[in-house]
Write a protein that binds this ligand. Structure first.
Ligand code: HEC
Length: 457
């Protein structure tokens, strides 16, 4: 939402966590403020992901919307601009569908060399039952003109500092395809505030950057939208590029459809299993526009041979995920490498190696877990904990860098000096008041504490 700028420090103070807002214990907190929460691997055991386990991705603090005052405006390249209340929205025909919603950066933490951003593992994804109205019905009522190219969404969220307002657009074709919804319910409940109350875009098959939350405005454009979140962020080179380079945004494409992907939920990587005892290998698989998933093959010998896993028959929907299971009784003690590879209706399969890209989008490499098959389970050996020898930040760092977010966002990065330099420029551009004389000291501190290092340290 575009509002006159006000001090973001005031917004920051207002956004401190109340005890009741604290995330569930079993969620991985990637950032406490703004809130970025990842679902644990155990979450893949559910077909419909319960709300309390659903990943949360927010760029800014969650806005509070008073639904009696809330309005949705529809304007731009339309015959009849209009405004809807929530009662008006609910008078339109209701539609329900099951769809995966996945962050474009899900799996970013697996990229080597590391890239900046929230270091998600597998769990910035969930499968929900969405209820709402067709975007096509709303647009038809407005009468979209032939000149229309893209539909731009804006929400009630307020940017921090001078960061650009989060506005995203989708092509008219996607908007009108009948699957794209404006949802007010998730899993049979009123859409939770973290997930976009009172209304959000549901763009099935597409990464969640297109699923605008806290929706207040729909604008039909006659050209491509040129805002930061379309023209600079959420872009992918779509071809091999040299690792750690910054690819100019105009040489990249917007992130759109999800890619075919599977996750192994059990057994856990590095776990033990008993020889002669059945072991269920299970997980979920999904795809994007090319869904549904039609097959998942499993290998227990590092990819030398493959066998089909059993897919849940009643879960064959175009955009939801499908649970799969493969039963295996290891007969010999050995160290096994288990792989899973999904295929979708268009014949796409998962790659064995992932092409690097500057923002770490679209991770869908064949997952791999190693299992030690033994005669008798031994108590797990604790891996040695890396000693944390962080130096304390230079003067001014906390005031300059920790007003909008905490250090957790910074701590998870593993960046080179050039990458940190680019981060400092980005944050200065968004309003971090870095003084010239402080800059080198900040860079030294960031590089020595949060420089390139093995994952997980
Ligand atoms: C004006 C508010 C603001 C200030 C001040 C600020 N940041 Fe940020 N920063 C953000 C926001 C908002 C995000 C999250 C962006 C997102 O989720 O896409 C972010 C994200 C990050 C990230 C994650 C990578 C990325 O680019 O998303 C890093 C690293 C980071 N900030 C470092 C810093 C450092 C270092 C400073 C001090 C020089 C700083 N920030 C000061 C607003 C700020």
């Amino acid at each position: 939402m575009s509002i006159p700028r006000r001090s973001f420090f005031l917004v920051a103070a207002g956004a401190l966590l109340r005890a009741s807002d604290r995330p569930k214990q079993d969620m991985l907190v990637r950032s406490a403020r703004p809130e970025d929460l990842e679902m644990a691997l155990s979450g893949f055991s559910d077909y419909i992901t319960p709300l309390e386990h659903f990943f949360v991705r927010t760029h800014v603090y969650v806005p509070t919307v008073n639904v009696s005052e809330w309005r949705l405006t529809v304007e731009g390249e339309v015959a009849t601009p209009f405004t809807l209340t929530m009662d008006d929205v609910k008078k339109l025909p209701a539609v329900e569908l099951v769809s995966v919603v996945e962050c474009a950066g899900n799996g970013r933490g697996f990229y080597e060399p590391a890239v900046p951003g929230i270091q998600w593992g597998n769990g910035s994804v969930g499968n929900a039952r969405w209820r709402g109205v067709r975007l096509a019905d709303v647009l038809k009522r407005a009468g979209v003109k032939d000149s229309a190219k893209e539909i731009l969404f804006d929400g009630a969220d307020i940017p921090l500092g001078t960061m650009p307002d989060f506005q995203r657009s989708i092509p008219v074709k996607k908007a009108l395809d009948g699957h794209t919804l404006l949802a007010y319910e998730m899993n049979g409940e009123t859409l939770p505030v973290k997930h976009g109350f009172p209304l959000r875009v549901v763009a099935p098959g597409w990464a969640s950057d297109s699923w605008a939350k806290w929706l207040t405005s729909i604008r039909v454009l006659d050209k491509e939208h040129d805002g930061f979140w379309m023209k600079s962020a959420y872009r992918h080179p779509g071809k091999p590029v040299a690792p750690r380079t910054a690819v100019p945004p105009d040489q990249m494409q917007p992130v759109t459809s999800l890619r075919v992907k599977s996750v192994i939920a059990a057994p856990l990587d590095g776990s033990q299993a008993l020889s002669g005892k059945p072991l269920a290998i299970r997980g979920v698989a999904w795809s994007g526009d090319a869904g549904p998933v039609t097959a998942v093959d499993v290998s227990i010998d590092g990819g030398r041979s493959w066998k089909p896993a059993a897919l849940q028959e009643d879960q064959r929907t175009q955009f939801g995920w499908r649970q799969w299971e493969f039963n295996w009784t290891p007969s010999q003690e050995a160290y096994y490498t288990i792989l899973a590879r999904a295929r979708d209706a268009a014949g796409n399969t998962q790659p064995f190696d992932q092409e690097w890209n500057p923002s770490g989008y679209g991770w869908n490499v064949v997952p791999r877990v190693r299992v030690d098959v033994v005669q008798e389970l031994s108590s797990a050996l604790q891996p040695p904990q890396p000693s944390s020898t962080f130096s304390s930040p230079p003067a001014g760092f906390k005031n300059t860098c920790l007003s909008c977010h905490d250090e957790d966002v910074i701590r998870q990065q593993r960046l080179t000096r050039a990458q940190w330099d680019r981060e400092l420029k980005k944050m200065t551009g968004w309003g971090a008041p870095v003084k010239d004389e402080e800059r080198e000291g900040f860079l030294d501190y960031l590089l020595s504490n949060y420089g390139p290092r093995p994952r997980g340290r």
